[in-house]
Design a protein around this ligand. Structure first.
Ligand code: ZN
Length: 283
């Protein structure tokens, strides 16, 4: 083999290994946050989120998913609507009030960000509603981080009472899991913290992320679906516990203030229009 050929082989080998590493997860020295668009929801009557207010008004919500890449591992936060819906050009009327569209799959957005789903370390779900769990099957090896009450509402004997049907998440029961009864500092350095935020569902939670350049961000889960409802502390008619929902919003507002954090409301289409989406990222 000539020297040139040998050099070529060596560089191809190097390219190959770089490509493999990039496909697992980007190497980082401090946390990085990616935002994905995991569908939109055209709502016929938005007052379902604010009983008695804006009755009969239409509004479009977005459905966000996120990925945190930390030096010690990766965490996916919420998984949106099922990628299978991207094959339906006109979307799907999922109930009288909601029409859902998925433009781009979560799998393709993860690929663009250089992340292999099967290599994701942790799966954090704000709660078990169908617009947050659509792609949990992409992450069968990730450790599920969930409040105990939410886990029980999904896998306990009363799942149906909470509107949960195991047929919608057949793989999730086999994921390794850590059931929480409070906050969790995921990587032990305070940069990625799951916040217990009950009310919307029995074990709803939010995610706090501390970034070096971009500052502190709280991902809302469904504490509120858009800014106006957050500001007025409005509670959707279908929330599990109205009183706890208001208490959580007040506590989290104090937390946001104390930590000089920004609140990113996951379903707020207008706010998300100003947030960079993957493959761009915040660090
Ligand atoms: Zn939701």
């Amino acid at each position: 083999m000539t020297l040139t050929k040998r050099a070529l082989c060596a560089s191809l080998l190097l390219l190959g290994s770089t490509a493999f590493a990039a496909e697992t997860a980007p190497a980082v020295s401090s946390p990085r946050l990616y935002v994905f668009e995991c569908g939109t929801i055209a709502v016929n009557d938005i007052s379902v989120f604010s009983p008695g207010v804006d009755v009969g008004k239409k509004k479009v919500l977005t459905d966000s998913c996120y990925l945190v890449v930390h030096p010690k591992g990766t965490l996916v936060w919420d998984t949106g609507f099922s990628d299978a819906m991207a094959a339906l050009p006109d979307g799907k009327q999922v109930s009288a009030n909601f029409h859902v569209r998925v433009k781009k799959t979560l799998a393709s957005q993860l690929h663009e960000a250089g992340v292999a789903p099967e290599a994701v370390t942790y799966l954090g779900l704000s709660h078990m509603h169908f617009d947050h769990i659509g792609n949990v099957a992409l992450f069968p090896k990730a450790t599920l981080l969930m409040q105990k009450e939410e886990y029980e509402s999904a896998f306990g004997p009363d799942a149906a009472k909470f509107g949960n049907d195991a047929k919608n998440y057949p793989t999730l029961g086999a994921n390794p899991n850590q059931q929480l009864t409070g906050d969790l500092d995921v990587f032990g350095d305070g940069s990625v913290v799951i916040k217990r935020a009950l009310g919307h569902t029995p074990g709803h939670q939010a995610l706090f992320v501390k970034l070096k350049k971009s500052g502190n961000i709280l991902l809302s889960g469904d504490m509120a679906h858009f800014t106006k409802n957050w500001e007025h502390r409005r509670v959707p008619s279908f929330n599990f516990d109205k009183e706890a929902s208001v208490k959580t919003m007040n506590e989290m507002a104090a937390f946001i203030k104390a930590n000089k954090a920004k609140l990113w409301i996951q379903h707020d289409l207008e706010q998300n229009a100003h947030i960079l989406h993957a493959p761009k990222y915040y660090d």
